[in-house]
Design a protein around this ligand. Sequence first.
Ligand code: DAH
Length: 339
Amino acid sequence: MKEKLDLIKAEALKQINESGALDRLNEIKVNYLGKKGELTAVLKSMKDVAPEDRPKVGQMVNDVREEIEKVLDAAISKMERAKREAQMKSETIDVTLPSKRSKLGHRHPNTTVMEEVERIFVGMGYEVVEGPEIETDYYNFEALNIPADHPAKDEQDTFYVTPDILLRTQTSPTQVHEMEKGSLPIRMLAPGRVFRSDEVDATHSPSFHQIEGLVIDKNITFADLKGTLAEFAKELFGEDTKVKFRPHHFNFTEPSAEMDVTCFKCGGSGCRFCKGTGWIEILGCGMVHPNVLKMSHIDPEEYSGFAFGVGLERITLLKYEIDDMRLLYENDVRFLKQF
Ligand code: DAH
C-alpha cells in the first residue's frame, strides 16, 4: 500500500511540476483529490486492508493528500499571481498620451442675439421669464383682446391640439400669465418659441422665436416706450442708430406701432440691404389696451403699460447678413462657425 501511495504522490507532484497552465492544475486537483480521484479510490479500497492496519493506512493517505494539496495550492497561487501581473502589465494606461480631441459645437447665432437682447433689457431692470409653448385659446387670443370671430385670428393660423388648445402663435400670452400673477409693477422680457402653419421659405418657418416685452406701472406713457426701444436699438445696432415709429394695428395695444431702425449697412442713405429706403422694420409695439389690463384684473385707471414683440430670427438674419432663414435651422456647424 505504501508503495502505491508513494507512486501516486510522485506522479502527482511530477504532473504539478510540469503543468504550465491554471486549467491544467485544476484538472490535476480533481484527478487526485476529487470525489472520483485516485486518493479517494484508495480510501474506498480500505475494506481490503486488515482492520488493525486501517488507522495507519488512513493516516498515510491523509499525509499524501495534504502534501499534494499543499504543493498544488502553492502552484495555483503562484500561477494566479503571474497571470494577474501579466494582465496588469498589458492593461496599463499611459496617462501621458495626448487625449482625443472632442469636437465642440458652436453657439447658434440665434442664441447669441437672444442673449444680447436679454443683456440689454436686464440692464434696464427687466426680468427674463418663460411661458408655455402650448397654450389655451384664451391666453393666445381671447385675453389679448382677439375675440373668436376677429380676422386677426385668421392671420395667425396655427396648429391646434384640440379646438381649445394650440401651439402658441406668439409670445404675447406670456404677458397675460405675468399680469395674472398679480404683482405690480412689471418689467418682463419673455423670449421663446412660437408656431404658425406657414410654408417654409427664405423668410418663413412653421417654428420660430419671438422676444416679448411688457412694462406695467403707474404713469407709463408712449414716451417711455419710445425711449426704451430707441435705447435698445442703439445698444443692439450701434450708437448712431435712429428709430421711427409707424402707426399699425394690434388688438392688444392702443395705439400700436411698428418700429423701424436706420439701416445699419448704409446708415440710412439707402442700399440694397434696406431696399433703398434707409429703414428696416424690426418690431411691433404699443400701449397695452385697457381691455387687456381689465381681463387680467389690472385697473386701467390706475395703471398703464407698453408692450413689444421682436422676431428673433429677423434680427439675427439682419445682424449677420444671412439671406435665408432655413440656414438657421440646418445646424450645419460649417455654417454656424462663421458667426
Ligand atoms: N405678437 C405680435 C405678433 O406676433 C408682435 C407684437 C406686437 C407683440 C405688438 C407685442 C406688441 O407685445 O405690443 O405679430
